[in-house]
Every structure is written in structure tokens, then in C-alpha cells.
Write a protein that binds this ligand. Structure first.
Ligand SMILES: *[C@@H]1O[C@H](CO)[C@@H](O)[C@H](O)[C@H]1NC(C)=O
Ligand SMILES: *[C@@H]1O[C@H](CO)[C@@H](O)[C@H](O)[C@H]1NC(C)=O
Ligand SMILES: *[C@@H]1O[C@H](CO)[C@@H](O)[C@H](O)[C@H]1NC(C)=O
Ligand SMILES: *[C@@H]1O[C@H](CO)[C@@H](O)[C@H](O)[C@H]1NC(C)=O
Ligand SMILES: *[C@@H]1O[C@H](CO)[C@@H](O)[C@H](O)[C@H]1NC(C)=O
Ligand SMILES: *[C@@H]1O[C@H](CO)[C@@H](O)[C@H](O)[C@H]1NC(C)=O
Ligand SMILES: *[C@@H]1O[C@H](CO)[C@@H](O)[C@H](O)[C@H]1NC(C)=O
Ligand SMILES: [Cu+2]
Length: 527
């Protein structure tokens, strides 16, 4: 193992980045890798991609053209194997017909069921607090099972060049690929998307992230949650299971004791921050910031550290005193503030953008002014920080099983926005967002691939709904109409009232001009 890591490091530093990643086990055979083809024959069929049952065909996988110039992170395009995921290993993959899905077309698209994937069903993601005791436990039971069930995906830490050399010499490459549990796979995928890269010939970290700090944050996590929910359904053999959501607006200071209990998501020991509970006796974490901080160390998912930690009350107090952080959970008012913004995102479509829904929801823009300032962490980010421990470190956050409950609630807010403003993917930037976050970029590293655009649709398209959200995105705790609606310090969008007076027209034009200047202001106001 260590020998392999050393080889990998040599490549890492001097020649190539490592091509670690996760792939279907059936597609890691010599022939599959040699032909750069992942077109397995599903069980019960006799042709690749179930073609004999008209389920799909083996086709060239066309991912977006990467030759255009990015406005951000251009230098990393060729240096990070995530940029053309999953072309590093496969050029031909299954393209499934109608509602068939999965890497071999043996499954159904999200929301479709039945032998021929023709039945549509809508499942509801519910508030964790109002579930029955049996339903609450079911979540932890499936999570616990997912720690023990081996995934049909495998991971590798071996540079692609080494794999390629091996397959070209007709040697079996399967030893490069490691089995991983379903739970660990999801932790690994989140780490893989969020990890830093290195600049070539320079040991400085390059802060790029395919899942956070950009326009693609809500869509990346929507697919990730759908894939995780599907996995838990399969593990539990429970096709109606949904991941509940944790509405953290309910208790400003604590994870609700009905969630963070001995029986369920664990109780934080105030002496050392360890999380204790029925399901945590054998808990372990992988790819933590301590393991991955040093650039020259590649995260090995088989390197397990026992225990799970969250922030203690004393640590919260210290952080308030020493760093001026807000150590309470966000409020309903703050969620509703984000939901006033009709702009999904604005230039530069990263963590510096202001006055838009995405960056306030993700948590880099203020829920008071709408603007981005240094050390502002709101909504999604704030919850990660207040919980602390692995949750406080983005790449390794999904080591804590509270992560899906948090992200289910974040996705619910995104869903409310989609329904309220009724926008389609045309609002997404195609070229100007950070690498991996553009409209047609594939969501790295989920396989089979989906683009951000495909996840920019209302949840009904994927067969799920949220408790207490109506077709227009309204919930019982929405703000009552207050006039005029304040957008903090942000310019109020151009009025849509259909007055024909020329004064109004002039006003609208001025307002349009101000809106278009917004990105320029931000350059001065940002940090
Ligand atoms: C599924 O499709 C096949 C082929 O079209 C058909 O023969 C079969 O009856 C269908 N099964 C169901 C359950 O709809
Ligand atoms: C794989 O290895 C072969 C033989 O060594 C080489 O010709 C080919 O260019 C390599 N492919 C890639 C994509 O590196
Ligand atoms: C990995 O898991 C598969 C399927 O469960 C099994 O057949 C295989 O032997 C395992 N490989 C190793 C190295 O444990
Ligand atoms: C690495 O890059 C940083 C900034 O990009 C630069 O300041 C530093 O001098 C470089 N170091 C080496 C060894 O090239
Ligand atoms: C799932 O729910 C449907 C109704 O929506 C029901 O017909 C079906 O039996 C349920 N399946 C299971 C496994 O409970
Ligand atoms: C929040 O949870 C704490 C800890 O259990 C509890 O003491 C407090 O009363 C709760 N507050 C609210 C508003 O529910
Ligand atoms: C978690 O799953 C393992 C393996 O199936 C089992 O032995 C253990 O009892 C489970 N833990 C709980 C608290 O149910
Ligand atoms: Cu994340």
C-alpha cells in the first residue's frame, strides 16, 4: 500500500495528478479498461446495457467541450482529472432508453418504478421531528446498514497512467481497485468533489471545489442526495423510503434533542466533543481534514479513525468570544430572506457573489444585507460551522450521519425557490461559473453522469416532494406579505407592474442598468 502511495506521490508532484475515483466494479476488468468502455450486461439480459430488452445502447459518452476558456481556474483544466470526468477511464458508456437508468440500464430513472419503469410515484421527504419513532429509527437503521454493505462501486488511488500501463501490458488491474462500503462511498464522493488540487510544480494548494462555492452547489447536492436516498432504499429493500429533513430553524441553540438523542443521531459529550449513542459505538470517520490537509497525502478511505466529534458548548462560546462567529442556528426569517431573491446566482457565480439566492443559501452572503463579506457564514454554512467536528470541514462533512438530514432541508429551500419563481435552467451560467459548476458540466464524481442543468428542475420530476411545501413553494412558516419587501442593501429588482407611464419605463431602465452594474460593485465591496 505505502509503496503504491509513494509511486502515486511521485506522479503527483512531478508528473501527473492522481486519477483516484470511483467506478462500477464490473467496469474495472482488463477488457473494460483497455477498451475504455463501461457497458455491462445487466442481470437477466444477454447484451450490453440490456440492449436485447431495448433498455439501452453502448455509446460514445459526450461530455461538454472543455476547450473553451474558463474565466476562473483555467490553469487547472488539464491538471485535475475531475475536469473531464469520467473520460479518464471511459469513453463508451450505456445510454439508457425511456425511463431506464443506471450504469447498465438495469434501474429506473429517479421517480419511476415497475418492471418497465413506466410507473410514476411521488414520495414525500418529511420533517424528522414529526416522524413516528419507528420511522426515525429506520433512518439510522439504514445508515448503519450502509456502513456494512459493500457498494458495487470500487475506488482507486492509483494514477491513471499506472492503470493504463498495466492494462496496455495485458496485466490484470483489479488490484488497483478497492471495495468500499456504501456509506464510505458517499463520504468519499463528497471528499473527491470538494478536495483541493495542487498547482503543477508548486506545492501550494489550489482552492477549487466541484460541489461548493459556486453556482452548482444546489444541483450538485440534489443529485448526491437522490443517489444516497436510492442507495438507502436498496439497502433497506424499502422502495418508499425518503431521507427526512432536519429543520434547524426550530431550535436556535441546539440540535433538537429529539434528533440528537442517544437513540438516534447521538449526544455530544461536553468534555471532549465525542458523539455517543446507540449507533455510534463503532462509528469511524475517513478522509478527515487532518488526513487530507497536507497536500502530499492522498486520502485513503480504508484509513479509518474511530469516533465522531461535534462542537461542545464551551467551544462555541470560545468561538464567539475569540472570532466573533455567530454560534446559533439560522432562523426562519433568514431562510425567508434568501427566498426573496429572484436572481438564482450572479457573477462571479462563486463565493464572492452578492444579492442572489444561491450564495445566500450556500452561506457566503449576509442574510441582512445580501452582500458577501469576509467571515460571513449564513444558512447552509452556518449549520456546518455550529455543529462543528467533521461537519465543520467541507470535504469530510458527510462522515456525520446528520449531513443528509441537513442537506435534505437545504434542498427543500432550493425546491421552494424553484416553485416560487418558476425558472428553468436557462438562468444558469454556461461559461462563467467556477470549474465544474457550469450549466452543462457533469456533476463530478457521480456515475452515471448527470449535468447541473438536469438537476435544475422541480422535485416532482425526480419523484419526490416535501412536507409542508405547496405547488407554489409556500409553507406554513412563510413570511406574511410585508410591503415593501426589503432585499437588505441590494437593489430592488425592476418592477414587473404593468404600468404604461413613461416615468415608470425610465425607472425600469435605470433599475435595469443598476442591476447590470451589480457585478462591478461587488468587485469593490468584496473582500
Ligand atoms: C414490459 O415490457 C415488455 C416489452 O415491451 C412487455 O412484454 C411486458 O409485458 C412489460 N411488462 C410490464 C409489467 O409492463
Ligand atoms: C496508455 O498507454 C499506451 C501504451 O503505453 C499509450 O500509447 C497511450 O497513449 C496511453 N493512453 C493514455 C490515455 O494515456
Ligand atoms: C469485493 O467485493 C466483491 C463483491 O462483494 C467480492 O466478490 C470481492 O471478492 C471483493 N474483493 C475483495 C478484494 O475483497
Ligand atoms: C508557488 O506559487 C506561489 C503563488 O502562486 C508563489 O508565491 C510561490 O513563490 C511559488 N513557489 C514555488 C516554489 O514556485
Ligand atoms: C409503497 O407505496 C405504495 C403506495 O404509494 C404502495 O402501494 C406500496 O406497497 C409501498 N411499498 C412498500 C414496499 O411498502
Ligand atoms: C433547544 O434545545 C435545548 C437543549 O435540549 C433546550 O434546552 C431548549 O429548551 C430548546 N429550545 C427550544 C426553543 O426549543
Ligand atoms: C449496525 O449494524 C450492524 C451490522 O449489521 C449490527 O451488528 C449492529 O447491531 C447495528 N447497530 C445497531 C445499533 O443496530
Ligand atoms: Cu457538500
Amino acid at each position: 500500500m505505502s509503496c503504491r502511495i509513494i509511486t502515486c506521490l511521485v506522479f503527483f508532484v512531478f508528473i501527473f495528478p492522481c486519477a483516484e475515483g470511483q467506478f462500477p466494479r464490473v467496469c474495472t476488468s482488463l477488457t473494460s479498461l483497455k477498451n475504455k468502455k463501461c457497458c455491462p450486461i445487466p442481470k437477466g439480459f444477454s447484451a450490453p446495457c440490456g440492449n436485447d430488452g431495448n433498455r439501452g445502447t453502448c455509446q460514445e459518452l459526450i461530455i461538454r467541450d472543455w476547450t473553451f476558456k474558463y474565466s476562473h481556474y483555467q490553469t487547472f483544466q488539464k491538471k485535475d482529472d475531475r475536469h473531464d470526468w469520467p473520460h479518464a477511464l471511459y469513453h463508451k458508456t450505456c445510454k439508457c432508453n425511456s425511463n431506464f437508468a443506471g450504469y447498465d440500464c438495469s434501474k429506473c430513472e429517479f421517480g419511476y418504478y415497475g418492471k418497465n419503469c413506466t410507473q410514476k410515484k411521488t414520495l414525500t421527504r418529511k420533517n424528522f421531528l414529526t416522524l413516528s419513532a419507528e420511522e426515525k429509527d429506520r433512518y439510522m437503521r439504514y445508515i448503519n446498514m450502509s456502513r456494512y454493505y459493500i457498494s458495487d462501486y470500487v475506488v482507486t488511488l492509483t494514477p491513471y497512467e499506472e492503470i493504463n500501463e498495466t492494462v496496455m501490458a495485458n496485466r490484470d488491474p483489479t488490484a488497483f481497485f478497492h471495495n468500499i462500503s456504501n456509506y464510505d462511498l458517499f463520504v468519499w464522493m463528497h471528499y473527491y468533489a470538494a478536495r483541493d488540487t495542487i498547482k503543477p510544480h508548486n506545492m501550494t494548494r489550489a482552492d477549487i471545489d466541484f460541489a461548493h462555492d459556486g453556482q452548482g452547489f444546489p444541483t450538485w447536492h440534489r443529485l448526491y442526495m437522490l443517489a444516497w436516498e436510492r442507495t438507502l432504499q436498496e439497502i433497506g429493500n424499502d422502495e418508499n423510503f425518503t431521507v427526512p429533513y432536519w429543520d434547524w430553524t426550530g431550535n436556535k441553540t441546539h440540535c433538537d434533542p429529539a434528533i440528537c438523542s442517544e437513540e438516534l443521531l447521538g449526544v455530544t459529550n461536553q468534555a471532549d466533543g465525542t458523539v455517543n449513542g446507540k449507533y455510534f459505538d463503532n462509528w469511524y470517520v475517513i478522509c478527515t481534514s487532518e488526513q487530507t490537509y497536507s497536500l502530499t497525502k492522498i486520502c485513503d478511505p480504508t484509513n479509518k479513525e474511530p469516533g465522531l466529534k461535534r462542537r461542545t458548548e464551551k467551544e462555541k462560546k470560545d468561538k464567539v468570544r475569540n472570532e466573533g462567529y455567530t454560534m446559533t442556528f439560522p432562523t426562519t426569517e433568514e431562510v425567508n430572506f434568501a427566498l426573496r431573491f429572484e436572481s438564482f446566482d450572479l457573477p462571479p457565480y462563486g463565493k464572492e457573489s452578492s444579492c442572489n439566492f444561491r450564495n445566500i443559501l450556500e452561506g457566503y452572503a449576509s442574510t441582512k444585507t445580501g452582500y458577501r463579506f469576509q467571515n460571513v457564514h449564513t444558512l447552509h454554512n452556518q449549520v456546518h460551522i455550529v455543529l462543528g467536528g467533521v461537519m465543520g470541514d467541507v470535504p469530510s462533512a458527510s462522515n456525520d450521519p446528520i449531513f443528509p438530514l441537513h442537506h435534505s432541508f437545504v434542498d427543500r429551500i432550493y425546491e421552494k425557490w424553484l416553485r416560487k419563481f418558476n425558472k428553468d435552467a436557462s438562468v444558469l451560467s454556461s461559461y462563467d461559473a467556477p470549474i465544474g459548476h457550469n450549466k452543462d458540466d457533469v456533476i463530478v464524481p457521480l456515475y452515471p453522469v448527470y449535468t447541473h442543468q438536469q438537476m435544475f428542475k422541480k422535485s416532482f420530476e425526480f419523484g419526490y416532494d416535501y412536507e409542508d411545501v405547496d405547488g407554489n413553494g409556500k409553507s406554513s412558516d412563510d413570511e406574511k406579505k410585508v410591503e415593501p419587501i426589503s432585499l437588505g442593501d441590494c437593489p430592488v429588482p425592476c418592477s414587473k407592474k404593468s404600468s404604461k407611464s413613461s416615468a415608470v419605463h425610465a425607472g425600469m431602465r435605470l433599475c435595469g442598468l443598476l442591476m447590470s452594474l451589480l457585478p462591478i460593485w461587488q468587485l469593490f465591496l468584496g473582500d
